[in-house]
Ligand binder design. Structure first.
Ligand code: RUQ
Ligand code: CUA
Length: 654
């Protein structure tokens, strides 16, 4: 008995060994030719530029990373919601206000979905928006400077996940709550969730010229979980679609209790109708507390304003504005094709992909073919809005993107693959494995009316053996596919930073010509800037000391300062006098309990330092800026608290 079991076991092992070996062989057999053609396709010769920028969300790093495609080279990490010692973002006095919230200073977040601004359904490359999931916020990054220039907190929200997606002309950046909560927040029993907790969908207007964000209105929806969202476009411009799960309104053991209903909903919101309603005085102001933080490029300084109220809208008071489309089963991604006709609900627990038709939806609404309501919001009939299903395409569908040539690309987490299918016929055309367990896929311009269907990037949740091991923690892995032919071709693996969820890609030429090279010193309006070298000085105000310092290759002015005392609070206001591209200087002060500063040409930044010990303490430039970089240093003499050494400073004096 034992022997025969062992025998069978060894057969299985050797069979799988051989089959594995065989497939390895054929894989390797193909690999020579395949690998060289793939290598050619991703090779960007030294000094050449990539064709696309890819902005990849950093997930729990709170930041956004910038890559080139097809090379997979990482160019930059843009700090957004997290303090970043590399540049001093969130540590410098100027940028601390960026991380202010109604909960105080929050130096971290979880960022998921970047989306690039659009004009008439085309990427315009002006700004990129990204959500903070944990302490609900939406950030805007200026694509001239690649700096975070605005962050608005979203009140009455929790787990700001169905965010941040823009409408066709960037009229709005939209943010939906994943977790429903009491609105307004209050002390109440958790088990009274059902019917009492609410889910808010926030429409944040974006001023056409300046990009300034403002919460125009919040729709107060039933207490479901609003998972993802996408704008309508073309014929469906003016609508926004949100997937929901937990329409059961469970508040415990959601893995079981929120998987009961056969169908959840996609909520279809006619935002144009609601906009009209609020423009005519509709809606109710509700007290709310949320921070609005704005960075000014000329003062190089952020300010934080605490807002006190938000305009809310009860969907039942705007007839014809919100409808529910039944969608199997706990849908995750909510994706709209480039024509605006098809709305795809990726039911995580459903075997099939559901495709709704916008035309059929409008028809059903006009003919009032409803199937009851949820809290007064009409429910449409599944069959009435269904355009079709992709049958048995894979297991665990999450997200779909489009190539602009009539094809859709859906990721399947459980079966770990990317599946290409035809949007009209709903037939599967190709499938390629992902290593391993893919989340989102990104095609440049995929969330717009005009995608650039050359590459697809899948962002995978599990890395395992794809790279050299780095202990228990591995970076996540992205995979680049050439999608220009009928079949997808895997070209490249590359590691990503944090946990990428979504990404946004754009042809390089839309951005690179506008990329700013320096800040003009003549336009520097920083309160503590030192524009003329002769104005460099040190001033005392009680125990506060303000150092007005300049930097240029290869010295600081001043470089020797005396008369600082233990117990002082020293503010180094440092202006970089360079006016050349790519000549930042750094500033590091021994014992400073914050970070360094990396100061761009023409920019002023401030670091605080509270000396704790008597002595003579050096500071230096951290960025190798010239052959005399190592000479770019200085000293601060720190005397006892009660000393009467006068304040003095100098450069080039012995
Ligand atoms: S999610 S892996 Cu945060 Cu967009 Cu689906
Ligand atoms: Cu300045 Cu090194």
């Amino acid at each position: 008995m034992k022997n025969s079991i062992l025998y069978i076991f060894s057969l299985i092992i050797s069979a799988s060994f051989f089959s594995c070996n065989n497939s390895e062989n054929s894989k390797n057999g193909d690999r020579g030719a395949l690998a060289s053609s793939a290598a050619e396709k991703v090779y960007v010769a030294p000094g050449e530029h990539d064709d696309f920028y890819a902005f990849i969300s950093g997930g729990y790093s709170g930041n956004l990373t910038v890559y080139g495609l097809p090379s997979g080279r990482m160019f930059k990490e843009i700090p957004v919601f997290s303090q970043f010692p590399t540049s001093g973002y969130g540590y410098s006095e100027e940028t601390k206000p960026m991380l202010n919230t109604s909960h105080g200073f929050i130096p971290w977040d979880d960022s998921h979905h970047p989306d690039i601004s659009q004009t008439e359904g085309k990427l315009d490359g002006r700004w990129i928006f990204i959500n903070g999931n944990n302490t609900p916020r939406i950030a805007k990054i200026d694509l001239k400077t690649f700096e975070t220039t605005e962050i608005i907190e979203v009140p009455n929200s929790a787990g700001n996940h169905s965010s941040s997606f823009v409408t066709e002309n960037t009229e709005y950046v939209v943010a939906g709550t994943r977790f429903s909560v009491p609105v307004p927040q209050q002390d109440m029993p958790i088990n009274e969730y059902k019917g009492k907790f609410k889910g808010t969908l926030s429409f944040i207007s974006v001023a056409p010229e300046t990009g300034r964000m403002n919460i125009k209105f919040q729709l107060i929806m039933p207490g479901f979980d609003y998972d993802l969202s996408h704008p309508g476009r073309g014929k469906s411009h003016g609508w926004f679609f949100f997937t929901t799960y937990n329409t059961e309104e469970a508040n415990t053991l959601l893995e079981v209790n929120a998987s009961q209903n056969d169908k959840d909903f996609i909520a279809a919101v006619n935002w144009k109708k609601i906009e009209e309603y609020v423009n005519n005085g509709g809606g109710k102001m509700m007290p709310a507390e949320y921070a609005h933080n704005v960075y000014d490029d000329h003062t190089h300084t952020a300010t934080s304003t605490m807002k006190k109220e938000v305009l809310t809208v009860d969907p039942t008071e705007v007839p014809g504005a919100v409808f529910l489309l039944p969608t199997p089963k706990s849908p995750h991604g909510c994706d709209v094709d480039p024509s605006g006709e098809y709305i795809i609900g990726n039911g995580k627990l459903s075997a099939d992909l559901t495709i709704h038709s916008f035309t059929k939806m409008i028809d059903a609404i006009e003919n009032k073919r409803f199937d009851g309501d949820a809290y007064g919001i009409p429910i449409l009939k599944f069959e009435d809005v269904l355009a079709g299903t992709v049958k048995q395409a894979g297991l665990g569908p999450l997200h779909t993107e489009f190539d602009g040539k009539g094809n859709a690309y859906t990721t399947f987490f459980i079966s770990s693959e990317l599946v290409k299918w035809n949007v009209e016929t709903q037939e599967v055309i190709d499938r390629q494995p992902n290593y391993y367990s893919v989340g989102h896929v990104m095609i440049p311009g995929g969330n717009s009316a005009h995608p650039f269907g050359k590459y697809a990037v899948s962002m995978n949740k599990i890395t395992k053996d794809r790279y050299l091991p780095t202990g228990p923690e591995l970076e996540h892995s992205a995979q680049l596919f050439d999608i220009s032919g009928d079949k997808m071709e895997l070209l490249l693996d590359f590691p990503t930073h944090g946990e990428p969820h979504y990404a946004a890609g754009i042809p390089a030429e839309i951005i690179k010509e506008n990329s700013q090279k320096i800040y003009k010193l003549a336009e520097n309006k920083h309160e503590y800037a030192t524009i003329a070298n002769g104005d460099a000085r040190v001033e005392r105000d009680g125990n506060e000391v303000h150092v007005y310092m300049t930097m240029i290759r290869s010295h600081f002015t001043p470089d020797n300062i005396e008369g600082i005392k233990v117990g002082d609070k020293v503010y180094f206001h440092i202006t970089n006098h360079e006016q050349d591209f790519d000549v930042p200087h750094g500033f590091a002060m021994i014992g400073a309990n914050n970070a360094e500063l990396l100061i761009m040409p023409g920019q002023t930044k401030t670091l605080t330092w509270e000396p704790k010990k008597v002595g003579v303490w050096p500071f230096y430039c951290t960025d190798f800026c010239s052959a005399l970089h190592q000479e770019m240093q200085g000293y601060i003499r720190v005397s006892p608290k009660d000393s009467n050494i006068d304040l003095s400073w100098s450069l080039g004096e012995d």
